[in-house]
Design a protein around this ligand. Structure first.
Ligand code: ADP
Ligand code: MG
Length: 476
């Protein structure tokens, strides 16, 4: 292993977020009971005709623009003919000849370098119904039939599992930030076909590719790729490379291996032709311009902004842009005038940990930016210590009570300089022997003085201020 170069290409399917299905008025939703969001069009009843959902086209075009693809002059759909129980029409409406985008690319950030990923095409299509298999029967849920799908096909340009997963992660975020999709892998909204081949270092021709169908999590994409590289390399080492066939395999989660499904030689001829029930229409330049203008700031730009404008570390900024909800929360806090670094720190160390612990989403989190402000501002002004802030944070979440109700004058830190000076003077007056020792070299007595002040104030003095004042008084 290691002496071969791996080549990977991805086909990423993503269910769009939309008010309705792509060719019918039925609701596009995953929750609830099976077979409740179904229209006669989705069931292919005789005499029904599809009508195009413009919102889906718009989102497809937006993705195409973001991926620097070329958009077609006309919007045209194709019919892909095959029979399967999850496909009541006996064909899928897709885009074969004029996809919403071709020949694009996007640069993603890797650990220490930038990777340009070439996009062959991105096209719109409809999802099939969902088949649920049981011991000796299967059930069909048509809620998914006709849900808009965006399929993106990369060139065979990814070198390893890290790059493949980083690309998928980057696309997932982009889809979320642009509201193109919730892109939730747990809901099956993202599914990938992973194509893998190996070749000798420096070889001119690509090796034989194997396609692993329908991998449903990024962790599985990683495992499937690594397993497949190993499998192919071992066959090659053993002089059995001819056993690597153009075939379709599936990832078996239990064993972490890929298993053969069928040979590509048996590929079906789909008899594609232009979908006659959807009239083609011209895509106006002005519409594309308008879509382009409506693209929000993408996660990577946001991250750079957080680092440059707000002084966050690369690490903190990376965590915050990981989820759109985190970024929105963070930006809302900034808008309210809070200190960005304190907010970032609170978000990462306390809030995200809390969300994970209780498995809740940020939108359901009790401390809205407005409420968090009460803590952050008090902390920044030094009226409370960070320890007190943490306690107030916990109490306020526990009792669903505004933080300001816990920031009493009693809990408040003493940050009043003249008051602190008075107390410090008193402490120093009572410790003249220690001051002498201090000036004779026992500098560790400094902490003793700090301790005396804290004792005097029952722990409420602002420690950094105390140190500052003591420092000037002792070393002047
Ligand atoms: P098919 O006709 O089998 O669907 P395509 O040429 O459409 O093949 O490519 C499908 C996917 O396979 C693309 O993502 C592409 O990048 C990838 N791919 C093509 N050739 C190879 C290869 N030799 N190794 C790895 N991936 C490949
Ligand atoms: Mg293909």
């Amino acid at each position: 292993m290691g002496k071969y170069k791996a080549v990977i290409g991805l086909e990423m399917h993503c269910e769009l977020k939309s008010n309705a299905k792509v060719f019918s008025k039925a609701k596009n939703s995953y929750e609830d009971l099976p077979n409740i969001y179904v229209s006669p069009v989705d069931m292919a009843f005789p005499g029904t005709l599809p009508s195009l959902n413009i919102e889906c086209i718009r989102k497809g075009l937006m993705a195409s623009i973001i991926l620097n693809c070329k958009q077609p002059e006309y919007m045209v759909f194709d019919r892909k003919n095959y029979y399967y129980p999850d496909l009541p029409k006996g064909y899928q409406i897709t885009q074969m000849h004029n996809p919403v985008g071709v020949n694009g690319s996007i640069t993603i950030e890797m650990d220490g370098y930038d990777k340009k990923v070439d996009i062959l095409d991105i096209h719109l299509e409809e999802d099939s119904a969902r088949l649920n298999h049981y011991s000796n029967y299967s059930l069909i849920d048509y809620n998914r039939a006709g849900v808009p799908l965006l399929e993106l096909v990369t060139a065979p340009c990814l070198d390893n599992a890290d790059e493949a997963v980083a690309f998928l992660e980057a696309m997932r975020k982009i889809y979320q930030y642009c509201d193109i999709s919730d892109a939730d892998t747990k809901k099956g909204q993202i599914r990938c076909d992973v194509n893998v081949s190996i070749m000798e270092e420096g070889a001119k021709e690509l090796g034989t590719k194997v396609e692993i169908k329908n991998v449903n999590s990024f962790a599985n994409v990683r495992e499937a790729i690594n397993y497949e590289i190993k499998r192919q390399s071992e066959l090659k080492d053993a002089g059995r490379y001819d056993e690597v066939e153009q075939e379709t395999r599936r990832f078996d989660e239990e064993s972490g291996t890929t298993k053969r499904m069928r040979s590509k030689v048996d590929a079906i001829d789909y008899k594609y032709f232009i979908e006659p029930n959807i009239p083609k229409f011209k895509i106006k330049k002005s519409w594309l311009d308008e879509i382009k203008k409506s693209i929000p700031m993408l996660p990577r730009e946001r991250k750079e902004l957080y680092i440059k404008e707000y002084g966050l570390s690369n690490y903190d900024a990376t965590i915050i842009v990981k989820e759109k909800s985190y970024a929105e929360y963070f930006e809302e806090c900034i808008k309210l005038g809070m200190n960005p670094k304190t907010v970032a720190n609170y978000l990462i160390v306390n809030i995200i940990a809390y969300l994970n612990k209780w498995a809740i989403e940020l939108k359901d989190f009790y401390l809205t930016p407005n409420l968090l402000k009460q803590i952050i501002d008090a902390l920044d002004k030094g009226t409370i210590s960070s320890k007190q802030a943490k306690e107030i944070f916990n109490k306020s979440l526990e009792e669903k009570n505004e933080p300001k109700n816990y920031i009493t004058s009693d809990s408040a830190q003493i940050s009043d300089e003249s008051l602190l000076e008075e107390i410090i003077n008193k402490v120093l007056e009572n410790n003249s022997k220690q001051i002498e020792d201090y000036h004779n070299g026992r500098t560790n007595l400094f902490d003793y003085f700090v301790g005396q002040v804290m004792k005097e104030t029952r722990g409420k003095a602002n420690p950094s201020l105390v140190k500052e004042i003591l420092n000037t008084k002792l070393n002047k």
